[in-house]
Ligand binder design. Structure first.
Ligand code: 5GP
Ligand code: ZN
Length: 125
């Protein structure tokens, strides 16, 4: 996609603070963070929205979801379970796909937000 900012970031035509990369995904810090930790998991192949995903994207979406807690841990906002299994543990992060105008999507290249840090959900994003 010629005019897509995340395609350009994936192609290294625009710089980003990349924290992870493999053949399928690039992960970089959000330019306008909503919390102390805020990064975006972005497929290298262009897909506009979550609503455009099909069966063929299932493995990619699963990979994104499984990678999120690992990277959150590395970035300092991992979730720690309560060892007794009774409490709710500590730490943690938000995972978010905005879809379409009513979903607050600004960049029409599929991405998952991971947003972490203490007490960040007083406001709404
Ligand atoms: P959306 O509202 O589409 O779910 O989120 C798009 C996100 O991309 C926003 O949080 C915005 O700050 C971020 N963003 C937009 N342009 C750039 C950019 O050029 N570089 C980076 N690192 N983040 C961007
Ligand atoms: Zn794109």
């Amino acid at each position: 996609m010629d005019n897509c900012i995340f395609c350009k970031i994936a192609a290294k035509q625009i710089p980003s603070k990349t924290i992870y990369e493999d053949d399928d995904l690039i992960v970089f810090n959000d330019i306008n963070p909503a919390a102390p930790v805020h990064f975006l998991l972005v497929p290298k192949k262009h897909v506009a929205t979550l609503a455009d995903c099909r069966e063929e994207h299932a493995a990619l979406l699963g990979k994104m979801l499984l990678l999120a807690p690992k990277l959150a841990e590395e970035q300092g906002c991992g979730y720690k379970a309560d060892e007794t299994g009774e409490g709710k543990g500590s730490g943690g992060f938000k995972t978010l796909f905005n879809t379409g105008p009513d979903g607050g999507q600004e960049v029409y290249h599929l991405h998952m937000h991971v947003i972490g840090g203490p007490h960040l959900w007083r406001g709404q994003r």
